[in-house]
Design a binder for this molecule. Structure first.
Ligand code: NAD
Length: 331
């Protein structure tokens, strides 16, 4: 049976991924430092959900608390992973978020760049040959050509976070070239759904609407995002694992994982208001430094090579998110 090490497994995307992998009958090693970027209690609740799925599926789950910045912690994780032909790593652990990266660029560098390099070193030492790396649409900066294609230049990031994600892609390419590591760099486009990080717009706005408080509304409402429902992102990640498994020689590719549909901020707020049955009140603020104007994924490559086929349109995804929010007792 194949084993997958999921770094950041207690986070939003990571906890869903661990459950999906367990349902597919794979062994999972969950690695996370449960940091306080947002409440560690939320991460413990995510972990409980993963443990429940492991019990239901009679799956094999190993949970390790550890930090990417500690080579010793990573060594323990790779020992638990083993180096069978079928083992692989999905590297999701990171300091996420554009705005906080401007406040604390050194921390973002330590975790996202040095931490990723520590992980790549452990892949080399232990002989693990497959890695899916969570990159981000933010690497495109203020790319004017839409939709964004993997071949577009990404040399002008506009936040430390974006620069660390691009650095991660470059380091992955080093290890592919030097040591034959097969890598899929997955550029996620604003992922949302149940358990979404509380700092991200959809979750934050929903909470504020439920409390009848004004929403911080940056800019004139024309900024656009390609919002991706989490089950679609997971479909892309598992497609990438299959693609890595099938490769007959070492491979390295970058894939956009978005919906290929872009929604402006005013429309997003309207949809949230409709789903919540309330008129959102806005607190208008200037654009934030580091925020890009638009994200819009060209997903032709992922469709063709990973059989990626996103299914959840924003209207339905927002309904599902609000349903989860209410059921989760947050209202
Ligand atoms: P998240 O913050 O919920 O998950 C990240 C997890 O990594 C957390 O549980 C955290 O505790 C863990 N972590 C952080 N630093 C660590 C360290 N030093 N050692 C070990 N664990 C550590 O974030 P998410 O939204 O699930 O994002 C997952 C990945 O996807 C991240 O790499 C993020 O940059 C990337 N991404 C996310 C989005 C999105 O919209 N959510 C978009 C683009 C890219």
């Amino acid at each position: 049976m194949d084993t997958i090490l999921v770094t950041g497994g207690a986070g939003f995307i990571g906890s869903h991924l661990c459950e999906t992998l367990l349902r597919q009958g794979r062994r999972v090693v969950l690695f996370d430092n449960f940091n306080d970027f947002y409440s560690p209690e939320i991460k413990m609740a995510n972990l409980e959900a993963v443990c429940r799925t492991a019990a239901e599926t009679e799956g094999h789950l190993t949970v390790l608390r550890g930090d990417l910045r500690s080579p010793g912690d990573l060594r323990r994780a790779f020992l638990a992973l083993g180096s069978s032909d079928k083992s692989a790593v999905v590297h999701l652990a990171a300091m996420a978020g554009v705005r906080p990266s401007i406040e604390n660029p050194l921390l973002y560098n330590e975790v996202n760049v040095t931490g990723t390099l520590n992980l790549l070193e452990e892949c080399r030492r232990s002989g693990v040959k497959r890695l899916a790396f969570a990159s981000s649409s933010s690497v495109y900066g203020n790319n004017e050509k839409v939709p964004f294609s993997e071949t577009d230049p990404v040399d002008l990031p506009i936040s430390p976070y974006a620069a660390t994600k691009k650095a991660g892609e470059l380091l992955c390419h080093n290890y592919h070239h030097l040591y034959g590591l097969s890598v899929a760099c997955l550029r996620f486009f604003t992922v949302y759904g149940p358990r979404q990080r509380p700092d991200l717009a959809i979750h934050k706005f929903t909470r504020l609407i439920s409390e009848n408080r004004p929403l911080p509304f940056f800019g004139d409402g024309s900024t656009r995002r390609d919002y991706t429902y989490v089950t679609d992102t997971l479909q892309g990640v598992t497609g990438a694992l299959r693609w890595l498994e099938k490769a007959k020689r070492p491979v390295y590719e970058i894939f956009n994982l978005g919906e290929s549909r872009t929604v402006d901020l005013s429309t997003l707020v309207r949809l949230l208001g409709e789903a919540m049955g309330r008129e959102p009140e806005l607190s208008r603020l200037p654009m934030q430094p580091g925020d890009v104007l638009c994200t819009f994924a060209d997903i032709a490559k992922a469709r063709k090579m990973l059989a990626y086929a996103p299914e959840v349109a924003i209207e339905e995804g927002i309904e599902r998110f609000v349903e989860w929010f209410r059921g989760n007792g947050e209202e």
